[in-house]
Design a protein around this ligand. Structure first.
Ligand SMILES: [Zn+2]
Length: 310
């Protein structure tokens, strides 16, 4: 009996695949525009409280300091400080959220520097850069490499993601529905949010395992949304029931994945997706709701109870 127990324990230690699935949470576009349900201040308070109730010790918020000048950015500096006071991290999402695919390497790095000028030296700061739209230069490899070199020269690393459930799209659908005065079935909305996020995470983990031969420390892309404020505790509970451990952003970015700079024809998206492409891995089929148009259809049918003819 004891021998068998020791054998099982040694297998668990020896095999990363059995050591459990790990994921950190990240939230982009801070301070983000308001959503359908809360003021930006209420959203921050609810998100902090929900993460605390869920016993999530540390997430990272990727900040666009330029958003502080927008109408919904008023008071944003205080809200960012509140996240940090609750134990969370902040990092750079560029000053004004411009796509690297649309501007030059120099213009992009200037936007990065403006972001750093606001962030560096603040409590909770980490030298991580999350590319807006996950655009890393598209087909322009010279631009991609110039930015990679520019970030390295600044001591910045890629705040990459390995899982993306297009939560921003569902948030937009709720914002549009609220603006149009439509009634939303909140139970159906919760279910759709959880299905989309869990489906995306499990899909990206399957792809990562196929590509790397192991389950990496994942980083989930989320946004500072009302939906996160409403459902992040439920998402964490559901993930744990499926064998996931929520890890800190610090732990996730210690994964050897951070040393990967895949060379693919189109630079952008999830890091593990690019690595799968580079290795010519045939990935598992993605769940349908990763497609924005399918998510829109499901939202209209389930949450708004609209029929196909409307
Ligand atoms: Zn963004």
């Amino acid at each position: 009996m004891l021998f068998r127990l020791l054998l099982i324990l040694s297998l668990l230690v020896a095999s990363p695949a059995l050591a459990g699935k790990r994921i950190a949470l990240s939230f982009d576009d801070v301070p983000r525009q308001r959503g359908a349900f809360f003021t930006p201040e209420e959203r921050t308070q609810r998100l902090i409280a929900a993460l605390a109730r869920a016993r999530v010790r540390q997430v990272v918020f990727f900040v666009n300091p330029g958003r502080l000048d927008l109408p919904d950015g008023v008071g944003g500096e205080g809200r960012i400080a509140a996240y940090v006071a609750a134990g969370h991290l902040i990092a750079n999402h560029t000053f004004s959220h411009r796509s690297l695919n649309a501007i030059s390497a120099d213009e992009f790095l200037t936007d990065v520097d403006r972001g750093e000028a606001w962030l560096k030296g603040r409590a909770g700061y980490r030298p991580w850069l999350r590319f807006p739209y996950l655009h890393e230069g598209g087909t322009d490899k010279a631009k991609r490499d110039a930015v990679r070199a520019g970030l390295a020269a600044r001591g910045l690393r890629n705040g990459y993601v390995t899982a993306d459930g297009v939560d921003w799209h569902l948030e937009q659908l709720t914002t549009d529905a609220a603006a149009a005065g439509k009634t939303m079935d909140m139970k159906a909305l919760r279910k759709l949010y959880l299905q989309m996020q869990i489906g995306a995470i499990e899909y990206h983990d399957a792809m990562a395992r196929q590509t790397l031969g192991r389950s990496p420390a994942h980083v989930m892309l989320l946004h500072e949304t009302d939906l996160a404020a409403l459902y992040i505790e439920d998402l964490v509970t559901e993930l744990r029931s499926r064998g996931w451990t929520i890890i800190t952003a610090d732990e996730a970015y210690r994964d050897p994945l951070g040393k990967a700079f895949p060379d693919v024809p189109w630079a952008g998206g999830t890091l593990t997706g690019a690595m799968a492409w580079e290795k010519n891995i045939d990935p598992p089929l993605s769940p349908l709701w990763i497609s924005e148009s399918v998510a829109t259809h499901l939202f209209q049918r389930r949450v708004l109870k609209e029929t196909a003819s409307q």
